[in-house]
Design a protein around this ligand. Structure first.
Ligand SMILES: Cc1cc2nc3c(=O)[nH]c(=O)nc-3n(C[C@H](O)[C@H](O)[C@H](O)COP(=O)(O)OP(=O)(O)OC[C@H]3O[C@@H](n4cnc5c(N)ncnc54)[C@H](O)[C@@H]3O)c2cc1C
Ligand code: FES
Length: 274
């Protein structure tokens, strides 16, 4: 039987400075078969470790169709994430996973889609946006992408926006104006008032709890159904496979049952959105 904790060495092939304290890593499994066979669903995550230091869960931001490498983006906030950031091209990281459920792709493919990302929340949404840019995606379906960031320097994946805009209406909003920004300024929820949004759509959102606090009432007021609003949650994790109970919310484990939950599933668990 496959060991769910088994980690595989992966070499850092490329590093980019994506935003302050945030680096993008291109990883290649050292075992070529592992690399070729690695597959995941948009919204799933992996656990990345450094022996003797620790492990952290991170979203995958490369496209699901990419077979030559896996891309992650790490913001340095503490012991492990900062240690990963200090690694250089050619260093080895240990990767296990993918884990978690991913966005409900079967449901999404048949419906209009509203993607809402705040800050690092764009990471697990990027593979979903990439999927929706595929030529064989149902282009009769409307796809709207809203992405909010603190400031211009913190925007991630800037080189992708041109491609996204070819396929979808993509709107970016920053918390504050700046010399390099001539676009929208305000809260991400403002975009829901300023732009026409697909009505009977699936909503996929990832961002900090404060974003959910304002976003959820607004989405409900606009008529989106609880069972069509999907939120990606973040909790401190250890095992990532539903055994250590570290990420429990009520009777659910964020690592195994999530990290993506419909609002209908978690609405009676106020601690889920804290
Ligand atoms: C499913 C999932 C996907 C994630 N994807 C990414 C990603 O793509 N890129 C990325 O940079 N980070 C991501 N994170 C967050 C990342 O895992 C944490 O920042 C990391 O675990 C911090 O570990 P550390 O040892 O560096 O910091 P620590 O020394 O453990 O902690 C530093 C600070 O961060 C806080 N913290 C630690 N873990 C979390 C957490 N999970 N949520 C909120 N606060 C936390 C601590 O309370 C402390 O204040 C994800 C987390 C989850 C659960
Ligand atoms: S991290 Fe162990 S149960 Fe989720």
């Amino acid at each position: 039987m496959k060991n769910p904790y088994e980690s595989y060495p992966a070499t850092i092939a490329k590093i980019i400075l994506d935003a302050p304290d945030t680096r993008g890593f291109t990883l290649q499994f050292q075992d070529k078969k592992r690399q070729a066979g690695f597959s995941f669903l948009p919204g799933q995550f992996i656990v990345v470790g450094l022996p003797g230091i620790g492990e952290i869960p991170v979203g995958i931001n490369s496209s699901t169709s990419e077979k030559k490498f896996v891309q992650i983006t790490v913001r340095g906030v503490g012991k492990v994430s900062r240690a990963i950031q200090q690694k250089t091209v050619g260093s080895t990281l240990f990767v296990r996973g993918p884990y978690g459920n991913g966005w409900p792709m079967k449901k999404i493919e048949k419906r209009d889609l509203l993607v809402i990302a705040g800050g690092l929340g764009i990471i697990p949404l990027k593979p979903l946006i990439d999927e929706a840019c595929r030529k064989d995606w149902g282009h009769q379906n409307q796809v709207q992408v809203f992405y909010g960031s603190r400031n211009f320097k913190n925007l991630l994946f800037e080189n992708q926006y041109k491609k996204w805009c070819q396929f979808h209406d993509t709107q970016i909003i920053l918390d504050a104006a700046g010399p390099r920004w001539h676009g929208e300024v305000g809260n991400i929820t403002d975009l829901l008032d300023k732009h026409s949004v697909p009505k009977d759509a699936i909503v996929t959102a990832c961002g900090p709890p404060i974003m959910y606090k304002y976003l959820i009432p607004k989405l409900l007021k606009k008529g989106y159904k609880e069972e069509d609003i999907y939120l990606s949650l973040e909790r401190k994790m250890y095992c990532a496979v539903g055994t250590c109970e570290h990420c429990a919310i009520g009777d659910k484990y964020v690592c195994k049952d999530g990290p993506i939950f419909s609002l209908a599933e978690i609405k009676d668990m106020p601690e889920a959105l804290e």
